[in-house]
Design a protein. Structure first.
Length: 97
């Protein structure tokens, strides 16, 4: 969502609450692409949860992760230390959702 995009651009981690949908199959540790609602690639990073786990906690508060999954690897789907922002010169002054 727009809040997650703004947070990523400020150097924050991607938390489950900012995720609207999870697409594709991936395992914990795989590099995944983070996209805006408009489909613009915003960043790539290492997933802390697999696709099924990510889908279950998407849109939820980080404090709910353990109650939903029965375990917790951390509060972020992608930690800021494990991601790289992708620069789009045509989007410098825009904030996509």
């Amino acid at each position: 969502d727009a809040g997650a995009q703004a947070a990523l651009q400020r150097g924050a981690s991607l938390l489950p609450g900012g995720v609207l949908t999870v697409e594709g199959e991936f395992r914990r540790g795989d590099v995944i692409e983070l996209r805006s609602v408009d489909g613009i690639a915003l960043a790539r990073g290492q997933a802390q949860y697999n696709a099924a786990e990510s889908a279950r906690i998407a849109g939820r508060h980080s404090r709910e992760i353990e109650a939903i999954l029965g375990f917790r690897y951390g509060e972020a789907l992608v930690h800021r230390d494990d991601l790289v922002l992708l620069h789009h010169s045509d989007c410098d002054n825009e904030v996509a959702t």
